[in-house]
Design a protein around this ligand. Structure first.
Ligand code: ATP
Ligand code: LTN
Length: 339
């Protein structure tokens, strides 16, 4: 750890390299990561161990792990300030995850909505046990670094509650060991919905063509996807939580998350305008974000060796902290230290 960061509260978060990153990942997670990095000692990992809870092609997984790390930097994470690393490079994550798995009540795990959603359409025979234990691994990621704050989209709030409950259980049984983390959701953009189906969360592993805007979509393609977004047959442009108005609400949310304007200012701006105007304005905002991000991304991917050096340093900095926490937890649980 560098001396400057010693007194700052800590942040940890991660994104799965399970597909190409979307504007949902950007607005729900990455954008906040960039915003907090000067005020916190930040650790951002590419969570490849989480990605394998669903089947992954080995060649693609390796490639996407590098691409995700490059995307963190392209989005504005400064590797000189924040620590960027790959989860599987720090074995302490897997080791603490096992210890926490053994303490995690099955009832808690079965109540996780992400688990219920992901397994709803599968048979017991086809669901890997990792999907059930997924939250214990996420808890390990967070607790190893004594993270104070975890910036995520709101779909992860239940996993954060689980992490706190598990940390409390450990602290109660074995003595004060882990810091209880708080969740941080963005004011706007905590849940971006699919453009083709605005009642479902935008997800990077959803296959349909007009569902998600990927951060690497060519700009005309990204614009086209927004122009084709599902809306409704009404005319009024205002924020709303009614399910039938979810499409318009989603476009307003995207516009707001990027422009930073208030609800009232946005509704006033669109008062005498139509859905076409809203879509064009949302597309302009999205493109103004994607353009510089893509330019930085391609520069980084062409710079041989740079990304590897960032990940090497990240691994060193992360391991130093994680190994120490793991050792303490092992001692508390009663493992015999190697002599
Ligand atoms: P997958 O489709 O592979 O399950 P995902 O796109 O849901 O992935 P994750 O890797 O699970 O993405 O999430 C990474 C981060 O991005 C988390 O903080 C999550 O809350 C956030 N995030 C993902 N999708 C959205 C979304 N549609 N709106 C806001 N935040 C999101
Ligand atoms: N489960 C998260 C990804 C994730 C994560 C973490 C987020 C894994 N470990 C630690 C924050 C902190 C998801 O977004 N699906």
């Amino acid at each position: 750890m560098t001396a400057v960061n010693d007194n700052k509260p800590r942040v940890l978060s991660g994104i799965q390299p399970s597909g190409n990153l979307t504007i949902g990942n950007y607005l729900g997670a990455l954008k906040q990561w960039v915003e907090v990095q000067h005020d916190y000692d930040c650790f951002y990992c590419v969570v490849d161990l989480h990605a394998i809870t669903m089947p992954q092609d080995p060649v693609e997984l390796r490639q996407r792990t590098r691409e995700s790390a490059a995307m963190y930097i392209a989005a504005g994470i400064d590797p000189e300030i924040s620590t960027i690393f790959v989860q599987s490079h720090v074995p302490a994550h897997s080791e603490l995850a096992w210890m926490l798995t053994c303490m995690a009540p099955l009832g808690w795990l079965h109540r996780m909505t992400q688990f219920k959603d992901r397994t709803a359409k599968q048979t017991q025979e086809s669901i890997g046990a990792g999907l059930l234990n997924y939250p214990s691994l996420m808890a390990a990621d967070i607790l190893l670094y004594h993270a104070d704050l975890v910036p995520v989209g709101d779909d992860q709030n239940q996993h954060l509650e689980f992490t706190r409950d598990l940390a409390q259980r450990f602290n109660h049984l074995y003595g004060d060991t882990f810091t209880l983390p708080s969740v941080m959701n963005p004011q706007a953009g905590a849940r971006i919905m699919g453009l083709d189906n605005p009642t479902a969360k935008m997800s990077k592993s959803e296959a349909s063509e007009n569902h998600a805007i990927f951060l690497l979509d060519e700009l005309p393609r990204a614009r086209k996807k927004i122009m084709r977004a599902v809306t409704d047959s009404q005319r009024e442009i205002r924020f709303s939580d009614e399910p039938e108005r979810a499409g318009v609400n989603n476009l307003l949310t995207i516009y707001q998350a990027i422009s930073g304007e208030s609800n009232a200012a946005i509704e006033a701006h669109f008062a005498d305008k139509g859905y076409g105007d809203l879509k064009r304005a949302a597309a302009d905002c999205v493109l103004s974000t994607l353009e510089p991000l893509q330019a930085r991304y391609y520069e980084l991917m062409n710079e041989a060796g740079y990304l590897d050096s960032v990940l090497r340093l990240g691994r060193e900095k992360a391991s130093a902290i994680a190994d120490e926490t793991l050792k303490l937890a092992q001692e508390r649980m009663g493992f015999l230290a190697p002599s």
